[in-house]
Design a protein around this ligand. Structure first.
Ligand code: UD1
Ligand code: UDP
Length: 289
C-alpha cells in the first residue's frame, strides 16, 4: 500500500510521526510532503530531528499568508505531487490550513483521503480550525477518530458508520514513545527552574492574540502568575509578531523564550506545576502527563 502523508504546521509533525511509524512497521510504501506552512529551525527542522521523521520527499514552501492565499498555494503546489504519485491514500492530520487544502485537492483527483484526528468540534465557527475540521471530515473517505465524542459528532453530521474508525489519540502515542527521551533533556534544571515549582505558558489562538486588548489582558494575567512563581513562556511566532506590533509591555518575571523543540518542550511540561495554554495539543499532553 502506498501512502502519502501531508504535514504543514507544528502540531502535525507529532501526529504524522506516530502514523508513519506504524505504517512502516506494517510495510507500507510512504511519501512525506511538507507544505511549508511552518518553516525554519524552530517551527520545523527541530521536530524532524526530535521525532526521527524522514526528510520530506517534497517541500512545497508555501510559507505564511492570508487564509485564502495559504490554502490556495498548498492546493496549487500539492496537486501535481499527488497526481504523479497516485497513492492509495492521502493521510492528513489535525485541522490546519494545510490539512483542508490537501484533502480537497486529493479528493478532486479521485485519491482517497484518511483524516487523522477526525471528529473534534469546538462548535465555534469563528475559529479557522473549526471550519477546516468540518470541511476535511465531510470530504474524507475515512475518518480516524481519537475518542467516542468524535465518533458521535461525525454520526450527527451524517457520516456513515463505515467511514468512522476509532484509533485513539496519536498525539499521546508519540508522547508515550518519547517521554523518557524528553526527560533526559532536563529542561527545568537547564533553565535553573525548580521541578514542580514553575509554570509554563503558551498562547497563539487568533481570538487571544490578534486583538491588542485581549493580548494585553492575557499578558497581565501571566504577569500576576509570575509574581507568585516563575512563568516560562515559549512564544509562538504569531504571538511574538502581535506583541511587537501592539507594543504590549512584558510584565516583570515573565520569562519569554523562543519556541522550543518537541523533546525540550515536553521536558519542560513534565516538570511544571502549572500550565496555562490555549493550545489544543498541549491540553491533551498535560492531561496525559
Ligand atoms: C497555525 C494553525 C493553527 C495551529 C497553529 C499551531 C491554521 C489556520 N492555523 O496557526 O490551527 O494551532 O498553526 O502552531 O492553519 N510564522 C512565522 N514562522 C513560522 C510560521 C508562522 O513567523 O514558521 C508567523 C507568520 O507571521 C504568520 C503567523 O506566524 O503569518 C501565523 O502563521 P500561520 O501558519 O498562518 O498560523 P498559526 O497562527 O501558526
Ligand atoms: N510544542 C513544542 N514547542 C513549543 C510549544 C509547543 O514542541 O514551544 C508542541 C507541543 O508539545 C505539542 C504541539 O507543539 O506537541 C502543539 O502545537 P501548537 O500548540 O503549536 O498547536 P495546536 O495543538 O494548538 O494546534
Amino acid at each position: 500500500m502506498k501512502l502519502l502523508h501531508v504535514v504543514g504546521a507544528r502540531p502535525n509533525y507529532m501526529k504524522a510521526a506516530a502514523v508513519m511509524r506504524a505504517a512502516r512497521a506494517a510495510g507500507a510504501e510512504q511519501l512525506l510532503v511538507h507544505t511549508g506552512q511552518h518553516y525554519g529551525a524552530r517551527m520545523s527542522d527541530v521536530f524532524f530531528a526530535d521525532l526521527g521523521l524522514p526528510a520530506p520527499d517534497h517541500q512545497l514552501g508555501v510559507g505564511s499568508g492570508t487564509h485564502g492565499e495559504q490554502t490556495a498555494r498548498v492546493m496549487m503546489a500539492i496537486e501535481p505531487v499527488i497526481d504523479q504519485a497516485r497513492p492509495d491514500w492521502v493521510l492528513v492530520v489535525g485541522d490546519v490550513n494545510s490539512t483542508v487544502a490537501a484533502a480537497l485537492t486529493a479528493v478532486k483527483l479521485g485519491v482517497r483521503v484518511a483524516h487523522v484526528e477526525a471528529g473534534l468540534r469546538s462548535f465555534d465557527r469563528t475559529m479557522p480550525e473549526e471550519l477546516n475540521r468540518l470541511v476535511t471530515d465531510a470530504l474524507a473517505d475515512l475518518c480516524l477518530t481519537p475518542s467516542p465524542d468524535a465518533d458521535a459528532n461525525l454520526r450527527r453530521e451524517g457520516r456513515a458508520p463505515g467511514a468512522i474508525r476509532r484509533v485513539g489519540n496519536v498525539m499521546i502515542d508519540v508522547l508515550d514513545a518519547n517521554l523518557a527521551r524528553a526527560r533526559e533533556r532536563g529542561l527545568p534544571a537547564r533553565l535553573g527552574l525548580p521541578r514542580n515549582g514553575y509554570a509554563v505558558a503558551t498562547l497563539h489562538r487568533p481570538a487571544n492574540v490578534d486583538r491588542a486588548s485581549s493580548l494585553r489582558r492575557l499578558l497581565a494575567l501571566l504577569g500576576e502568575a509570575a509574581a507568585r512563581l516563575p512563568v516560562v513562556f515559549p512564544v509562538h511566532p504569531r504571538t511574538r509578531a502581535r506583541i511587537a506590533e501592539a507594543g504590549v509591555p512584558i510584565p516583570g518575571g515573565l520569562r519569554l523564550e523562543e519556541p522550543l523543540g518537541y523533546l525540550a518542550f515536553v521536558s519542560l511540561l513534565d516538570g511544571a506545576r502549572l500550565v496555562l495554554t490555549d493550545s489544543g495539543g498541549v491540553q491533551e499532553e498535560t492531561t496525559a502527563l
